[in-house]
Design a protein around this ligand. Structure first.
Ligand SMILES: Nc1ncnc2c1ncn2[C@@H]1O[C@H](COP(=O)(O)OP(=O)(O)O)[C@@H](O)[C@H]1O
Ligand SMILES: [Mg+2]
Length: 258
């Protein structure tokens, strides 16, 4: 959490009995959980269970059909458009396919949120972009265009753009899918490092439970619109739930997910 913001409650994000329906399809069905300030929380679950929907509710991109979503002590659905956009500046997003603009350099892409929101001098933007590039290991690459760099570098640049405003909450939607294991490990380590250095609450959606066991503070298993279980890596590793075991031993997964 950046120093100018102080939370009254220890929770950066909390869901109380959240229901989300699309037409007659009920995606989230009374979802309740909280993520503490500075905590790294991983969401795991089969495809189509509402993981991305959960992140979009936190980001204020969707509204709950019932129940309450609070982010940084504010009920998202109750905010005026101005307050919602102020809140969104404190929530960094790294979504699937969150592409960079091809006609701007990596440095220009990373500077975009600061430049768009205004009130920051050119010199300050340059300083923060340089700092963010260094933080993700791209100090030599700021002047390159997206077409000139590897997929892993694009991910890291998108990462730098997500943290440039020093958010209090950071949301990652499958940040390592499609990456080779070495790059996936690098991204996981980066998430952990940023989580610690920025004290941002991080919520990561992933299919990679083995990776999550290495770096999460807690892991939640989403199924049928609710968390089946939420626990520390230690607790999850020893879980007796068949769904959790299936994720730990994917060769048995057809038993659970057909
Ligand atoms: N804006 C939307 N309108 C209608 N249906 C949606 C919308 N967003 C998501 N859904 C549906 O909700 C379900 C959960 O989606 P999602 O959260 O993206 O799944 P996942 O757990 O794979 O991330 C899916 O069946 C999806 O088709
Ligand atoms: Mg998804």
């Amino acid at each position: 959490m950046s120093s100018e913001h102080k939370l009254d409650s220890p929770f950066a994000v909390s869901f109380d009995n959240v229901v989300k329906t699309f037409g007659d399809r009920r995606i989230l069905n009374g979802q309740t959980f909280s993520v503490k300030a500075g905590e790294l929380f991983v969401i795991i679950g089969p495809s189509g269970t509402g993981k991305s929907v959960t992140l979009k509710l936190i980001a204020g991109l969707l509204r709950p059909s019932a129940g309450t979503v609070k982010v940084l002590d504010q009920e998202v659905a109750a905010l005026s458009p101005q307050k919602l956009s102020a809140l969104r500046r404190r929530v960094g997003l790294l979504f699937q396919g969150g592409a960079l603009l091809g006609w701007k350099t990596l440095a220009e892409n990373i500077a975009l949120p600061l430049a768009e929101h205004g009130g920051v001098s050119r010199a300050e933007i340059d300083r923060r972009v340089t700092e963010a590039l260094a933080e993700v290991g791209l100090q030599e690459a700021g002047a390159l265009y997206p077409s000139e760099v590897s997929g892993g570098m694009l991910k890291r640049a998108a990462f730098a753009r997500a943290i440039i405003e020093n958010p209090d909450v950071l949301l990652f939607d499958e940040p390592t899918s499609g990456l080779d294991p070495v790059m996936a490990f690098t991204i996981d380590s980066l998430i952990r490092k940023i989580n610690r250095s920025h004290h941002a609450a991080c919520i990561v959606v992933t299919h990679d439970l083995v990776g999550a066991l290495r770096y999460a503070d807690r892991i939640g298993f989403l199924k049928n619109g609710q968390f089946l279980t939420i626990g520390t890596p230690e607790e999850i590793m020893h879980s007796e739930l068949p769904e959790v075991k299936a994720f730990l031993n994917p060769e048995h997964s057809e038993v659970v997910y057909g």
